[in-house]
Design a protein around this ligand. Structure first.
Ligand code: GLA
Length: 780
């Protein structure tokens, strides 16, 4: 809901209010962003300036300093010295501008943008128009309120009505001044195979910048940022979340002023940015996404999750169960042929897999990563019958078929490069730098966009393909395009070109499920999610590392967006050995897939996977779309994840142990989101462990004496796995919330099937079901 009384604007969601007013000077003052307030006389929260402004510069004749005000947007050269959301060379060559209120309009719905993705669904929008006092240049500040999920999106548009060209050097989507000090900041930082690690730190005087300069939203710093009071935890306290619907270079700056006002600006990065606006032209920023909660970080994340699930993901994929997939990449890399793929696919289908994905290496001379990108001719020596023949064979096994593409890239050793070297991005006269032996295609060029659209669509038309993995495997360098007027336009024009390609292809193939990937999670953002409902979270599938990656992402993105696979142990990037059970237990909190050579597994391991898939299918809707909860880590050594249906009828809790302690203490598991007055049946999800984990001890627990490491044991492993951790309870939700004391862990002395044999990297899943809960369409 949006209301206006005497130029005071009140934007209300279910539980929050965002209030600002027009000052007598025409500037916009932020009065409140936080818990929901009643409509009233808001003079009590006007910022008072009745004691002079010290050494500050006054705004014209009014006894007011802009520097001391919480503003909705701010402009250069009129006495506000905090970080600026806008830098524009005006028609007079100066950087001074002064935009003031000129009118507003409130409308139902969202305001779709032409070239950038935006949120959809029920919303109310207010557009406030500001005009520069000297030149006929206008600015529109748009706010859309998504009441159901307590989210407000903001964006900015500049329209040049003057006769001269103006030059944008920086234009942020959002500027928000919050009147509170004592904040902590959380950002997601990392790199390849260590994406999205959450870092929380104290915000102190000065400036903190979270940005990307790689050309993509990047695995270095995700655009999501959280500000929270020092005392805020997962379940208590005030916090503010910011994210940007954009896949290119982003920028968030947070400055604490010397009077304790915290300014947040967020938008497209000004790194190498320069955008000329000729007479009559306009520029629109992507949308920034804001939310706040007084109930801690889990609640804040739930706002973001609902927003993504209801207003970002295309309506056709909302709540639509995602298939369990098998991807051949880690099993074969480039070294495959139809026979190998079919034998992997046959094994996968026997285990219950629903979708088989053929990864990199099926086209051109792509036998390694030095050649082939840019080409779409099927590699006939690997796949003599082509993609359509393979897809049909996979379909005959009862699975659907998916295919990998990396359309934004080119190898010098490709037919495309030989024919169109000018399609590759490079600076004339300079040798371009390569990443993974490849160059970036110049997506600022319409002919390059059309080349991609035409070729990807042809493959999708010619074969029964129901899933596409859209990869992008390098950072941008040698930024130059002859398709733009100024080289400061390259980064943003590339992203606009990419969005045009994605819009066209995903509209033309509405039934194909697209998964975005960029060397894993190098482009995990709301822009990509607008076109592709899921993203490969990381090339790192080591469950211990994945706990950090998936937990970090969960602050902003729901489980329904995170591709998570079970892979081989020892893991290919960390060499860590982990139990199959834990690899599954972590992947189960995302979109489950398998990515390993099934022919290396013994019968018992295959049976374990078959059971995992049966279990996941039953709880799929809960695991993919349920409410996800994080827990305060009492000890770094234990991590808990949990999902619950919104009505509290079922929940699954994951308990992950990093390292085994000798003679460990007692574990108490707390469930969240359950109904305290309802009775639940709680039980551990059945799991078995590799008998090899027992080492020498085996001779004490098996009826027959076996020599550890001996031939008999090695053979026995194929036919026998030890059950462990069997426990169940019937109790009320109140007890489960206050803490369930679960069975003892192995203490070095005894084993029974009740003992929890966790060991290093061990884990367990526990489900809690209310009597009569609906699981997979069936009443329990
Ligand atoms: C990237 C992806 C992987 C795989 C390879 C193929 O690294 O993240 O999942 O698709 O490319 O080259």
């Amino acid at each position: 809901m949006i209301s206006e009384v005497n130029k005071v604007f009140m934007l209300s969601t279910k539980e929050t209010s965002y209030i600002f007013r027009v000052l007598p000077s025409g500037h916009l003052e932020n009065l409140h962003y936080g818990n929901r307030l009643k409509e009233q006389d808001f003079r009590g929260i006007h910022m008072k300036q009745n004691a002079g402004a010290g050494s500050s510069v006054l705004y014209m004749e009014e006894a007011m300093s802009l520097d001391l005000l919480p503003l909705e947007y701010s402009f250069n050269g009129k006495g506000d010295y905090r970080v600026m959301p806008l830098e524009m060379e005006m028609p007079d060559g100066s950087f001074v501008c002064d935009f003031v209120y000129a009118g507003h309009e409130i409308m139902e719905g969202t305001m779709p943008m032409n070239e950038l993705p935006d949120a959809h669904g029920d919303g109310v929008t207010i557009v406030v128009e500001l005009r520069d006092k000297l030149f006929p240049i206008t600015m529109k500040l748009s706010y859309t309120v998504f009441s159901d999920c307590d989210v407000i999106t903001r964006r900015t548009e500049i329209i040049n009505h003057s006769k001269e060209t103006v030059r944008l050097r920086k234009i942020m989507s959002l500027c928000l001044d919050l009147l509170s000090d004592g904040f902590d900041v959380m950002t997601l930082d990392g790199g390849w195979i260590k994406e999205a690690h959450a870092h929380r730190r104290e915000l102190s005087q000065g400036m903190l910048i979270n940005d990307s300069t790689t050309g993509a939203s990047s695995n270095r710093h995700n655009p999501g940022v959280i500000l929270m009071k020092k005392e805020t935890t997962e379940d208590h306290g005030r916090c503010y979340g910011f994210n940007l619907m954009y896949s290119g270079n982003h920028h968030t700056a947070i400055e604490v002023s010397n009077h304790g006002i915290v300014r947040v600006i967020q938008g497209v990065s000004q790194h190498n940015f320069h955008w000329p606006l000729a007479s009559g032209e306009s520029f629109e920023t992507p949308s920034a996404v804001l939310t706040t909660s007084g109930k801690g970080l889990n609640d804040l994340s739930h706002h973001f999750h609902d927003f993504v699930n209801h207003h970002v993901i295309s309506e056709r994929w909302q709540k639509k169960p995602r298939p369990i997939l098998m991807n051949n990449w880690e099993a074969t890399f480039f070294d495959f042929n139809e026979r190998k793929i079919m034998s992997l696919a046959k094994e996968a289908s026997k285990l219950g897999v629903e979708l088989f994905v053929l990864d990199d290496g099926w086209f051109g001379k792509r036998n390694n990563d030095h050649a082939g990108l840019g080409d779409y001719e099927v590699n006939r020596s690997k796949l003599p019958g082509g993609i359509s023949n393979l897809a049909r064979k996979i379909k005959a096994l009862g699975m659907s078929f998916g295919l990998w593409f990396e359309p934004e890239m080119i190898n010098e050793d490709s037919e495309l490069f030989r024919k169109h070297p000018e399609y590759a991005m490079k600076v004339p006269g300079r040798k371009p730098s390569k990443g993974r032996n490849q160059l970036v295609l110049d997506l600022c060029k319409v002919e390059v966009q059309d080349y991609i659209i035409e070729n990807v669509e042809k493959i999708l038309r010619d074969a029964p393909i129901s899933y596409v993995k859209w990869d992008m495997n390098r950072h941008m360098s040698d930024m130059f395009s002859d398709a733009v007027e100024h080289q400061g336009m390259v980064f943003h024009s590339y992203i606009k070109g990419l969005y045009r390609v994605l819009r066209k292809i995903t509209d033309d193939f509405p039934d194909v499920l697209f998964e975005s990937c960029s060397s894993g999670g190098n482009r995990f953002d709301l822009g990509m999610l607008s076109y592709m409902p899921q993203i490969w979270a990381s090339d790192n599938t080591d469950p211990v590392e994945r706990l950090k990656i998936q937990e970090g992402l969960s602050y902003f993105y729901p489980s329904s967006t995170m591709g998570a696979h079970v892979s081989q142990s020892p893991h290919q990037q960390t060499l860590r050995r982990t139990p199959l059970e834990t690899r599954f237990n972590v992947a189960a909190f995302g979109l489950l897939g398998y990515e390993l050579d099934l022919s290396n597994l013994n019968l018992k391991e295959k049976e374990e996977i078959r059971n995992q898939i049966i279990w996941y299918k039953k709880y799929r809707s809960l695991m993919q779309f349920g409410r996800f909860y994080r827990f305060i880590k009492e000890k770094e050594n234990r991590v808990n994840f949990q999902v619950a249906e919104e009505d509290g009828s079922i929940a699954v809790l994951g308990n992950f142990q990093i390292l085994q302690k000798s003679s460990p203490g007692f574990d108490v598991l707390h469930f969240k989101g359950l109904n305290p007055d309802e009775r639940y049946h709680v039980e551990t999800v059945k799991a078995t462990m590799d008998i090899e984990a027992f080492g020498e001890l085996l001779k004490h627990v098996t009826p027959v004496k076996l020599k550890p490491g001996g031939l008999i044991l090695r053979n026995a492993r194929k036919f026998y796995r030890l059950p462990h951790n069997v426990e169940s309870y019937d109790c009320y939700g109140d007890l489960l919330a206050s803490g369930l004391r679960v069975n003892q862990q192995f203490m070095g002395t005894g084993y029974s099937k009740e003992t929890r044999m966790l060991g290093d990297f061990g884990s367990q899943l526990m489900s809690a079901e209310m009597k009569g809960a609906i699981v997979n369409g069936e009443k329990q």
